[in-house]
Ligand binder design. Sequence first.
Ligand code: A3P
Length: 318
Amino acid sequence: GSVPEHTPKEEFSDLVEALPRRQQSILELRLYQGFWLPEHWVPGTIVFQRRFSPRPDDVVLASYPKCGTTWLKALAFAAAARGAHPPASTAHPLRRLNPHDCIPFIDEIFAGGEHAKLDLLPSPRLMNTHLPYTLLPGPVTAGACRVVYVCRDPKDMVVSLWHFLRRAKPDLSFAETFESVCDGTVAAGPVWDHVLSYWRASVARPDRVLFLKYEDLLRDAAAGVRRLAEFMGRPFSPAEEAAGDVAAVVELCSFEEMKGLEVNKPGAGTAGRYRPMPRDAFFRKGVAGDWANQMTPEMAARLDGIVREKLQGTGLAF
Ligand code: A3P
């Protein structure tokens, strides 16, 4: 007879039960290898760590939640797939689909025991994760594939996170969200350790880990697209440059363009599997500095102070 297949959740339930636990807004968190992960990610993370076999042309898109994941997914997809899908084309998949439906979210795929789906993807694969660098599978951190990270001013991240979580829990207070970020007990937190894990990796292996900032992308998205394409081993050719392909990618992935799509309108449906979120929730304001509308100067100074202290001497600053 055949051995019954266990889901990752069943297989690792004892291990998960033994981990420190905290409740944060809509999520149960577990402390796993130094980070507070949503409980439902932990078994999948273990399977990811043990079973993922990277291909040399894989690109893992990594981010702390609410720091530009959706945008990075769109930009990377548009740049990587520009041969098959010219960015200016009106039939481009990104004009029909939310970026989260174009690029698989590793953490959910493994949590759902669906890792075989990744094996079926054609190369070069693009995938994304919210895990910190130190929790990525050994072969990935040994340099077997490429990793792109996007970070963002933590103050804007907190405000974005609060607005996002409020979609699922309307009475969630900003103060509670802020406190959880400040003490690190937030999904994939502490945020400074998350950012530093990728920062250090990008300093050590700039050929393997590309470190981007949301604010830099806002200032000069075209420069970001060029860096992305070059890093992925497919720089824009002079002919593509002359044809305006970089600008077309920027335009295709712009906040206004994506927010305005039928698929991302309020009521048009959800993205994500375990905890589906309305697709329009991924497009709120798309600017830098919105924290000032939500945070007191004291709160801003406190979070800045924590982050500054944690980042001191690392060469990274916000
Ligand atoms: P705000 O809530 O500050 O507007 P993530 O994709 O990691 O969940 O991050 C969401 C944040 O990125 C939100 O920030 C969202 O508005 C912004 N965003 C989404 N798509 C974007 C795009 N195409 N360009 C710029 N910002 C974008």
